[in-house]
Design a binder for this molecule. Structure first.
Ligand code: PLP
Length: 283
């Protein structure tokens, strides 16, 4: 196995990398430390580049079928790393997690239905629903005296009116850096399930739990969580391939799955491009 040199500085200027090449446009200066986009500077592993290079050797890049090994490979990863047993029909490709949030809003919510978020949180959780004409309801995290954060369940119960139909969960939480514990996830699931709230569990950072922490997929925690949730995961952060745009939705509940996946299918959003499955399988 190759030893990766994470101290090697990769100069990404003029490669079209948004975090550096858009600095001037967004902030008025180019010489800034680009901490504004979670896009890392380590090189994509060779086994991903090699798999893509192999496909490049064929000179035709036409319409492509989803490879049969895509979901079994992803299932194996999820089971090995996160001990969540899934089945292939639970999966659909999505072209990015932020886009997936927008798709779930449009597929599942009426215009007057509201979205709950738990700030401080990744800003597209607010922007995507708002730009799609949905009202945001805030359930702020509690900032504890020791610097840690926890969910405010009493507040969540008090603000959830019948128009609140979706909650976007950041699991692990960006930016608070929390790997949510099982008890919090089960509590959240029970509240949301009882109130008819669909939980979108954004688990894009799930493979990167540090310091002995262990990621727990929301849907794996209890039957209520499995029944009311759509989980989004991706190899984007783990392998630093966000630009390849490969992510997926996992929906255990058949009714919810049919509603969401039929919307994706109707719009061909769940048809991956040629390189996304190649990179994902290699990863
Ligand atoms: C919590 C979280 N979700 C989603 C994304 C972006 O996902 P995608 O590029 O698949 O839209 C990020 C990127 O930083 C993130 O931090």
């Amino acid at each position: 196995m190759k030893i990766y040199d994470f101290d090697h500085i990769v100069d990404r200027r003029t490669t079209g990398a948004v975090k550096v090449d858009a600095l001037k446009r967004v902030f008025g200066k180019s010489e800034l430390i680009p901490l504004w986009v979670a896009d890392m500077d380590f090189e994509t592993p060779d086994f991903i580049i090699d798999a893509m290079r192999k496909r490049l050797e064929h000179p035709v890049f036409g319409y492509t079928v989803e490879p049969a090994e895509l979901w079994p490979t992803v299932q194996d990863w999820i089971y090995t790393h996160h001990q969540w047993k899934t089945s292939p029909e639970m999966f659909a490709f999505i072209p990015g997690i932020v886009k997936g949030i927008g798709m779930a809003i449009n597929a599942l919510l009426e215009k007057d239905e509201k979205v709950i978020i738990q700030p401080p949180v990744y800003h597209p959780f607010r922007i995507v629903p708002q730009e799609n004409g949905r009202q945001i309801v805030y359930n702020p995290l509690i900032h504890n005296a020791d610097g840690s954060y926890s969910m405010d369940f009493d507040h969540l119960e008090s603000i959830s009116d019948p128009k609140c139909k979706m909650l976007i969960l950041s699991n692990p939480h960006n930016p608070a850096g929390i790997v949510w514990d099982r008890e919090s996830l089960i509590k959240l699931a029970r509240i949301c399930h009882s109130k008819g709230i669909t939980v979108i569990s954004d688990e894009i950072h799930c493979d990167m739990a540090l310091f002995g922490n262990k990621h727990i997929p929301f849907a794996s925690t209890c039957p209520e969580a499995a029944a009311c949730s759509i989980t989004f995961q991706a190899p984007s952060k783990t392998f630093n391939i966000a630009g390849i745009v490969s992510s997926y939705a996992v929906v255990p509940d058949e009714t919810l799955r049919n509603r969401f996946f039929s919307y994706l299918k109707a719009n061909e959003f769940s048809s991956p491009d040629i390189f996304a499955p190649i990179a994902t399988i290699a990863a």
